[in-house]
Design a protein around this ligand. Structure first.
Ligand code: ADP
Length: 433
């Protein structure tokens, strides 16, 4: 079609020149006629160009395109059609945006759209109630000038939004918010804030409940334990009563261990990170762990120790001791007579590692992701015989989180396991030798 119009126009121009040549030859003014016709055609084309320019300038699409014949008419029509289609697409996009905004506006979560420099482009109603941001009054203002909590500013400016961020609502300090940010387009950001006050309260109630129950049970249990042990001492050996007291002693000890572990977990959950500035000499700890392994194991274990003696760990010494000891005692419990347990403490450029490796019974891969859950046990019956509470690894995980570390577990069923506590290198110090 475009080629067609162009050919017609060319033919028309040729015809005009032909007619001019015909009359020019008759009247003996060939060059003048040709020149005059070409000039007239150029002036007509210029006029069409002027009209096109005026039409575009006035905002093509609002008025009908100028009337023109031939190729120019085709150009006007094509442009006008493109313009109409663009308008339709724009209208559809606008409708989509409005629809999206309307659904965001009705959300109970606060939604704030931000331009690349961090200024507010749009915010919904909930952003007003939860964050105190007003739309459209606050549009164009920098978000960090309106939400000024230093922790929030650090999170917002970090551009690392892998994890959600929790903060108090600037409108009402009692309201807890969970904030997430996602990046879209060219560094535009979308901020969501959700009211999680109720969830936080429920979580707190759960923690308080466990802490209170454990605390209330501890004293009566200590008393019972004391009497049972006393009675067990007095019972005549090898009588049914002695065996009953022995059972009672072991069960009440289990309960005591359970309550102690529950209280430890509650404390770890509820208190802010403890003193993180003890300098722990891990090589000193290793000797204690060797003894704990010997005490917890039934039968012989070979314990090997590989320790970077100059490397010290910064943190809460009691918590670190408790985490390492849990891992060492587990290694003793889940190994057999003659197995080897290896304790390692070393570092590379970025991390420091405390590792407990054993040649024990190992763990099937499907259990590995759930091992650090409370009361999760690979084998319930085995846990009863080993005297475990099912809380040991949950405690280890919590302690590591408080020290910005993590727990890595590798295991081969029947061959053994390796539990590695990974700490950031910034949590260590070198002692001069
Ligand atoms: P428990 O008090 O039962 O040992 P933990 O939280 O310490 O509870 O461990 C959870 C489960 O992980 C244990 O019940 C056991 O099945 C498994 N486990 C822990 N350490 C080892 C290990 N070194 N070798 C094999 N299994 C282990």
């Amino acid at each position: 079609m475009p080629l067609q119009g162009w050919k017609t126009e060319l033919a028309r121009f040729g015809l005009l020149l032909g007619i001019a040549a015909f009359f020019g030859l008759i009247l003996d003014f060939l060059l003048w006629f040709l020149f005059g016709t070409a000039l007239a055609y150029a002036l007509w084309s210029l006029n069409q160009l002027r009209q096109l320019n005026r039409w575009l300038y006035r905002g093509a699409g609002r008025d009908e395109p100028p009337e023109a014949a031939g190729l120019w008419g085709q150009v006007f029509d094509t442009l006008s059609q493109i313009q109409r289609e663009t308008q339709k697409v724009n209208a559809r996009l606008q409708a989509d945006i409005e629809h999206l905004r309307a659904s965001f506006a009705s959300m109970a979560d606060a939604v704030v759209m931000l331009s690349p420099d961090g200024s507010i482009e749009w915010a919904n109603r909930a952003a007003h109630t939860l964050l105190g941001l007003r739309h459209p009054d606050d549009n164009g203002r920098l978000l960090v000038n309106l939400l000024r909590a230093p922790d929030f500013i650090a999170y917002f400016e970090s551009w690392d939004y892998g994890e959600r961020f929790q903060m108090a609502s600037p409108v009402n300090g009692q309201v807890r918010l969970s904030v997430s940010v996602s990046v879209f387009g060219r560094d535009n950001r979308l901020l969501f804030a959700r009211d999680i006050t109720r969830t936080v309260q429920l979580e707190q109630m759960r923690k308080d409940f466990v802490a209170n129950v454990s605390h209330e049970l501890r004293t009566p249990l200590t008393v019972i334990n004391g009497y049972v042990e006393m009675l067990a001492d007095q019972a005549e050996a090898d009588t049914p009563a002695a065996r009953a007291f022995e059972q009672m002693t072991s069960q009440s000890r289990r309960m005591q261990n359970l309550i102690n572990d529950l209280m430890t977990l509650s404390r770890l959950e509820s208190l802010p990170s403890g003193r993180q500035d003890d300098l722990v000499a891990v090589n000193g700890l290793m000797e204690g762990l060797r003894e704990e392994i010997a005490a917890a194991a039934t039968g012989e274990r070979t314990v090997e120790v590989h320790c970077d003696e100059t490397l010290r760990l910064m943190g809460d010494s009691k918590e670190i001791q408790s985490a390492f000891s849990n891992l060492a005692v587990n290694a003793a419990r889940y190994t057999r007579d003659g197995d080897t347990i290896t304790l390692r403490w070393y570092a590379d450029r970025d991390h420091a590692y405390f590792e407990v490796e054993d040649t024990g019974i190992g763990i099937e891969p499907q259990h590995l992701p759930r091992l650090t859950e409370r009361f999760y046990r690979v084998d319930q019956s085995r846990a009863t015989t080993t005297g475990g509470t099912g809380l040991g690894l949950a405690i280890v995980k919590h302690i590591l989180i408080r020290h910005h570390g993590e727990l890595r577990i590798r295991s081969n069923p029947g061959k053994g396991s390796r539990f590695t506590c990974i700490f950031p290198i910034s949590a260590t110090q070198r002692r001069d030798v």
